[in-house]
Design a protein. Structure first.
Length: 216
């Protein structure tokens, strides 16, 4: 084992975490409830660290998926990565979550030509990006209707929600692949990729209930 110990963390869909030594995946775990990111991330991380037989203080870097994804989920993962990185004094690097899924497909029977990675964006839409056969992103990330995607092989979690999309590759992001391949993926910064306005918006100013004086 090398002295490198990379934590991969993504909450763009479900909670996905993994650990790599830079050469192989040491552990990978997931929690399937997308509405309980806050409650489950810390205990899942603690369990994985214990089962991998390593110490949290031995981590040398953190790779976090920055989406695209929903507001709450992304904030939980990115904030957790930032705090942990600050406490441990190690680098935190953000990558596009779609790039991770593309890297997964490259490791297991990838298509011969261009392909698309898509995740569910709710509102009957998907987040998507287009890749070359070598896994290089050449379009996106974008958000749109499933029927607006390029007519290419598709992989990603969107296929589990939108029946018109037949997945030819992975449908779940692997935290282990994130930890292993993340350091080589394009740097996306550590700001969340929302791509659109939130469903909830701040209320507007209150309307006055006072009667207007009559014009003389």
């Amino acid at each position: 084992m090398t002295d490198r110990l990379v934590l991969g963390l993504d909450t763009s869909t479900h909670v996905q975490i993994g650990i790599s030594d830079g050469e192989r995946v040491l552990a990978s775990m997931t929690y399937d409830d997308p509405k309980r990111h806050v409650e489950q991330l810390a205990p899942l991380l603690s369990t994985m660290i214990t089962e991998a037989g390593v110490e949290m203080t031995a981590l040398t870097e953190i790779i976090v998926g920055v989406g695209p994804g929903p507001f709450t989920g992304l904030r939980v993962g990115i904030a957790s990565a930032r705090i942990l990185g600050s406490v441990l004094g190690i680098e935190v690097r953000g990558v596009c979550s779609l790039d991770v899924l593309a890297a997964q497909w490259q490791r297991n029977d990838p298509p011969e030509g261009d392909f698309v990675i898509a995740t569910d964006a709710r509102r009957k839409e998907v987040y998507w990006a287009r890749y070359t056969s070598t896994g290089q992103r050449i379009e996106g990330p974008s958000v749109g209707k499933p029927d607006q995607l390029p007519q290419l092989p598709v992989a990603g979690p969107a296929a589990l929600v939108h029946s018109e999309l037949a997945s030819s590759g992975p449908v779940r992001l692997d935290g282990g692949v994130l930890a292993l391949a993340g350091p080589q993926l394009p740097d996306a910064g550590i700001e969340p990729l929302y791509l659109r306005s939130p469903d909830a918006t701040p209320p507007g100013p209150r309307k006055s209930v006072l009667a207007h004086p009559r014009a003389l």
